[in-house]
Structures are given as structure tokens and as C-alpha cells.
Design a protein around this ligand. Structure first.
Ligand code: NAG
Ligand code: NAG
Ligand code: NAG
Ligand code: NAG
Length: 250
């Protein structure tokens, strides 16, 4: 899953829906069968506990598990569909792209909802820069966000000595920013050099923001780096870990 970028993920979702409807029913049957098998043999270690794709899905409901399984199964199929894809004509490709865009709109609405759960309680949710993102943690009721750029991008303002922005009672619950007002904390512009930010202000070349947030271990790595940096700056204390997150720009 991690190795496949988000656009591809969505294309698979679409392609799965378009081309493999019968599989969906087979999967549903498969799930029903496994469920009854599990009920008969409740104590046994069932195959339901193995991860689907690279996800640890032990805490998923049956419906969520089915959804994940449909998508990951289709992905494997679509990965072997190169020639069939190539032979689609322009209208068909355009139709797929259009459908994918519609799916993406739907997914993004769910994504937005998910991020509302990690909103700092008393501050607005800041805007993540395009071509990059924000690593955010909350300590002692202050929200701290470190802007980061993807490989190939750099900050338009120098922020070497300004690793992060913050928001809390001491800022009157407004984000500090080099921009005038608002919730925009930084901008990432196309650049071959990375001179405006600190050494940790750039996502690794093989792991841009969108890929990072698709993998909870990679997301945690960025959060830990930031927490350690805050510690070095003397920011420690009551850390609301439930609000830790990385958010990517559009
Ligand atoms: C999956 O998550 C559960 C709890 O959420 C944890 O106990 C288990 O060790 C995890 N398994 C793997 C392989 O990470
Ligand atoms: C693509 O194929 C469909 C029929 O399958 C046809 O209606 C359409 O005109 C074709 N588009 C192009 C650009 O050739
Ligand atoms: C970035 O590098 C590419 C290839 O080395 C070069 O063609 C391009 O002009 C460079 N762009 C800038 C803004 O320096
Ligand atoms: C830590 O912060 C949380 C949320 O702001 C609060 O509910 C909790 O009481 C705090 N704990 C301590 C020890 O200050």
C-alpha cells in the first residue's frame, strides 16, 4: 500500500468498481463464510487477523475490513492491467480520469472530517502548504506546527531560525505566521535547492507528504523528530498525543 501513491489508489478504487463487480459479491460471500467459521470456532486464531495489504486491521469492523479488502484485491489486479489500460482510447481514459476526480472529491470530504478530530481545541486548524505539509503537536494546551516542503520545493521566506509556528493563550489563540493574519503558515515553491528551512524541514525524496501520511510509522517518525526538536527548545510537558498529526497541502 505504501508504495502506491494516492492517485493510483483512487484509480484502483474506481477501476475496481467499474470492472470487477462480481468479485465484490465473491468477497462478500467469502466474508460471510469466514464469519460463520469464526463463530463456530471462536477460540481459534483465524485468518481474519492477518494484515490486509500493509495495514494492521485488527481494530477494523467487518464492513471496514471488506472495504479494505475490495480495494487491495483490486489493486493487485489493476497492477497487472498495463496493456489493457494502454489500449483504452482517449474518451475512455478521459472518462476514467473524470470518475477518479469525483471519487477523490468524496474521499477528501472524509479526509477533512478525519482531520477535524485532531484540531487544536482552542485554535483554528492551520492550512498546510501545497507541495508540503505540517507536522503538528499539542503541549500544555499550545499547538505547535512545523511546516515542511516536499523534495523539489523550498520555502519562499527564510525560516532557518523559525522551525515552527504556534498558537495558544499567549498568542490570543491566533497562529504566529510570516504572512499577515490567517491560518497560512508557510508556502513551498518549486526549487532545486533547500536553503530556506532547517535540515529537518523537508520530506525525504522517496517519501513526500502524501506518502508519509499513508503510513502511520512514517507519520510517527516525523512527529518524533519534531517532538525531539521541541524538547531541545525547552518545550516539554503535557503532550496531548491524540492530537499529533501530519497534514498535507492540497
Ligand atoms: C496491531 O495492532 C494491535 C492493537 O491495535 C497490536 O496489539 C498488534 O501488536 C499490532 N500488530 C502488528 C503486527 O503491528
Ligand atoms: C472510444 O471508443 C468509443 C466506443 O467504445 C467511441 O464511442 C468513442 O468515440 C471513442 N473515442 C475516441 C476518441 O476514439
Ligand atoms: C533545476 O534543475 C533542472 C535540472 O537540473 C534545471 O533544468 C532547472 O533549470 C533548475 N531550476 C532551477 C529553478 O534552478
Ligand atoms: C494535560 O492536558 C489535558 C488536555 O488539555 C488535560 O485534560 C489534563 O488534565 C492535563 N494533565 C495535566 C497533568 O496537566
Amino acid at each position: 500500500m505504501q508504495s502506491i501513491n494516492r492517485m493510483f489508489f483512487v484509480m484502483l478504487l474506481l477501476a475496481g468498481a467499474a470492472w470487477s463487480l462480481p468479485d465484490r459479491f465473491e468477497l462478500q460471500e467469502d466474508l460471510v463464510q469466514r464469519k460463520s467459521a469464526r463463530n463456530q470456532d471462536a477460540g481459534a486464531q483465524s485468518e481474519d487477523c492477518r494484515p490486509i495489504g500493509s495495514w494492521n486491521h485488527t481494530d477494523l469492523t467487518e464492513e471496514q475490513e471488506l472495504l479494505v479488502k475490495i480495494i487491495t484485491t483490486q489493486m493487485e489486479e489493476i497492477e497487472n492491467l498495463g496493456d489493457a489500460m494502454k489500449n483504452l482510447n482517449r474518451t475512455h481514459i478521459n472518462a476514467l480520469v473524470w470518475s477518479v476526480q469525483q471519487v477523490l472529491v468524496t474521499l477528501k470530504a472524509y479526509q477533512k472530517e478525519a482531520y477535524h478530530k485532531v484540531k487544536p481545541p482552542t485554535c483554528p486548524l492551520p492550512q498546510a502548504p501545497s507541495n508540503g505539509g505540517l507536522v503538528s503537536v499539542n503541549m500544555n494546551d499550545v499547538a505547535y506546527c512545523k511546516p515542511m516542503c516536499n523534495k523539489g520545493y523550498d520555502f519562499n521566506f527564510l525560516r532557518r531560525s523559525r522551525l515552527y509556528e504556534e498558537c495558544g493563550e499567549h498568542t490570543a489563540f491566533v497562529w504566529t505566521t510570516q504572512f499577515i493574519g490567517g491560518t497560512r503558515l508557510a508556502e513551498c515553491i518549486a526549487s532545486n535547492t533547500t536553503v530556506s528551512g532547517g535540515p529537518t524541514s523537508y520530506f525525504p525524496a522517496d517519501s513526500p507528504c502524501q506518502k508519509t501520511i499513508a503510513n502511520s510509522l512514517m507519520e510517527d517518525t516525523q512527529i518524533h523528530i519534531f517532538v525531539d526538536e521541541l524538547k531541545l527548545k525547552g518545550v516539554t510537558g503535557n503532550h496531548s498525543m491524540k492530537l499529533d498529526h501530519v497534514k498535507c497541502g492540497e
